[in-house]
Design a protein. Structure first.
Length: 150
């Protein structure tokens, strides 16, 4: 007769075969429990890896969105900066120009007169077929005037 202490109980076995069988059953239960635990741990590890991958994807998506926003803001700011610089350059270029000659004033008056005449004819019903054509003509005259004075 052999006494074994298991889980704070005393168990009496009649033969060694009973004891071996009992401990074999306990060992298989422990192995099964260990296998289940390992399986759960592996599943949890897979879930963690999937969560990490999803978080990485979200992070990269947010990062790309922020980069796009940053680029747009940078473009907006650089455009405003360029507009500001060009306005300053135009101002200084205008101030640095020599005074306009008298014939330039005469040319300006002639272009203004032609524009007034074209607008008056249009009001009476005629020269221009569309508003766009009117604007194109006026813009071309103004551009010619600007080129002439530069």
């Amino acid at each position: 007769m052999k006494k074994q202490k298991t889980l704070e109980k005393e168990i009496n076995f009649q033969t060694q075969a009973e004891a071996d069988r009992y401990f074999e059953i306990i060992q298989t239960k422990e192995i099964n429990r260990h296998n289940k635990t390992m399986k759960k741990l592996e599943e949890m590890q897979e879930l963690r890896m999937q969560n990490i991958q999803n978080q990485e994807k979200e992070y990269l998506k947010k990062l790309s969105e922020l980069q796009i926003k940053y680029k747009r803001q940078k473009d907006r700011i650089s455009k405003k900066h360029q507009d500001y610089l060009s306005a300053i350059q135009e101002t200084y270029a205008y101030q640095a120009k020599p005074t306009v000659k008298r014939m330039d004033y005469d040319y300006i008056d002639a272009v203004a007169y032609e524009l007034k005449k074209l607008i008056a004819q249009d009001c009476r019903g005629g020269v221009f077929k569309t508003q766009k054509e009117k604007l194109r003509t006026i813009n071309s005259e103004v551009d010619a005037l600007i080129r002439q004075t530069k």
